[in-house]
Design a protein around this ligand. Structure first.
Ligand code: ADP
Ligand code: MG
Length: 210
């Protein structure tokens, strides 16, 4: 089970983590993109942070939709609409709920990923954020289904996302700006997969705080 207060804590912590990693994310995007991923996400999550007080006492659906709307409207790059869609889709699943079960958390995560796939017309294995998110969600679901707590399951999910980020170094980009590089994208880790890992790691940290 996870309540609206925890969701707000996670979002606030994610905003701080993105700010802390802004330069590194931008550096990764310099190598295979246009060098703005950290700048894009920092702008987006700063505006989310400013909106946080207006989300207090709101249900999880409203909070997640608000985050998504903020990201879509403030982030110029491809990642804004993609992350924005993810949060909005997750918000649909949590509509009117002040707390969600672990199974609902899994469903929200799956729905968010499907939103990214639809919006970006991408699948796993194309060197994008999906290469961190999809394995993480799969493992998370398996662990929840086998009776683990959300914190335990997310810890396993984060490990899967870490492997996913490593995997992006070994594949050629076929979506997004990095696709222009073809083989030259080999050896570089995907910026979006990396920011996705940071979001999951941060959520885990907040859950582990209890
Ligand atoms: P832009 O590429 O417009 O400069 P960003 O630099 O903010 O946007 O984000 C780049 C990241 O977005 C990539 O590293 C990749 O993970 C992700 N991305 C790009 N295109 C897609 C897509 N079609 N589907 C999923 N993720 C994508
Ligand atoms: Mg970029």
């Amino acid at each position: 089970m996870i309540d609206a207060k925890k969701i707000l804590e996670i979002i606030s912590a994610v905003a701080k983590k993105i700010e802390a990693e802004k330069d590194f994310l931008t550096q990764l995007d310099n190598e295979i993109g246009d060098g703005d991923h950290g700048i894009n996400l920092s702008r987006g999550f700063k505006s989310v942070e400013e909106k946080l007080p207006t989300f207090a006492d709101k249900d999880i659906g409203t909070i997640l939709k608000g985050v998504g709307t903020q990201l879509v409207s403030t982030v110029g790059g491809a990642s804004g609409p993609l992350y924005g869609t993810a949060f909005m889709k997750a918000g649909n699943v949590c509509k009117g709920k002040t707390e969600i079960s672990d199974a609902e958390f899994v469903l929200a995560f799956e729905t968010a990923i499907n939103g990214i796939k639809m919006r970006g017309k991408a699948v796993e294995g194309e060197k994008t954020m999906l290469d961190a998110l999809c394995p993480a969600c799969k493992v998370l679901k398996e662990e929840i289904d086998s009776g683990k707590t959300l914190t335990e399951a997310l810890a396993a999910g984060v490990e899967a996302a870490e492997k996913g980020v490593e995997f992006t170094k070994t594949i050629i980009a076929t979506k997004g700006r990095a696709a222009y590089l073809g083989e030259r994208s080999l050896g570089h880790q995907d910026p979006g997969a990396t920011s996705s890992l940071y979001i999951l790691q941060t959520a885990l940290k907040v859950l582990q705080r209890g």
